[in-house]
Design a protein around this ligand. Sequence first.
Ligand code: CP
Length: 344
Amino acid sequence: MRNRLPPPKRSALMTSSSIRPASDYPPGGDAFRHRHLLGIAPLTPWEISYILDAAEEWVEMNRSGAAKHDDRLAGLTIINAFFENSTRTLLSFEIAGKRLGADVVNMHAAQSSVKKGETLIDTAMTLNAMRADAIVIRHASSGAVQLIADKVDCPVLNAGDGRHEHPTQALLDALTIRRRKGRVEGLTIAICGDVLHSRVARSNILALTLLGNEVRVVAPPTLTPPAMERMHVATFTDMDEGLKDADVVMMLRLQNERMDGAYLPSAREYHALYGLTPARLDKAKPDAIVMHPGPMNRGVEIDSSIADDPERSTITEQVEMGVAVRMACLDILTRRKRGVPGWN
Ligand code: CP
């Protein structure tokens, strides 16, 4: 079953496939006008491209044998406030801040006064009183990050809120695709699995359609969000149909922690119908790449033979790009605070 719609209208400012020279962008702060990074939804293709290009500089530095350090955020304090578990996002924001010379402090909800009943607003006011220069937030509730952003004086970066958005994940995925495929436009991208509960899927659908790709969602009917047509996405319930001739296959984890009922008969049946196996991957293009934001459920949504295949799988590269993208975001969002010329 499928629901095909015309792709969104392409903008004159559509991103190019390769890195743009700085002179291609509007000068100073006009290249990225937002105070916070709360989602992909408010961004233009131009602004996404600007972040990806800025991240390339950090990929080079991070890969160099020399000291992986730059002191442009020296003297700034970044608070990572994580109200929900994380490995990749928390560590990569911490590494990103430290590689840029900032003082980075991690606040884990399990050890915080949230456990004593403190409200989110009071926690936000407390972080603000400590004069943080940027706050990175992960929270289980959609909209919680916006709530905090409205209360504090510094830039806020969304590290994932409920089912809503995970913008740095979508940006690192776009950078990974651009580096592997040579472009991130005009591709057929299948996002497969538990789309209903996935902020990663939502941010990726927004980013990848905005950049001019054909995005498909492949999921059981119970895990397909309503109104996908409004997001210019074709929906499939059959993996073989949805993967046909795809350039990119993006697998998602079954998010059992967000399920409040029975969405599936069993993990075994889910794997039988929706797990990515070598035979299913053969339906995609021969050079299709396979992505997964992690953490993975091996043997449920993806077979280990695919996840560990260095030719097809980009999973570790996605993690690597995450550090570079987060360095770019922290750099760009603190430019006003640092008085970078043109960023008033
Ligand atoms: N991809 C992702 O957000 O992973 P973590 O939950 O480990 O941060």
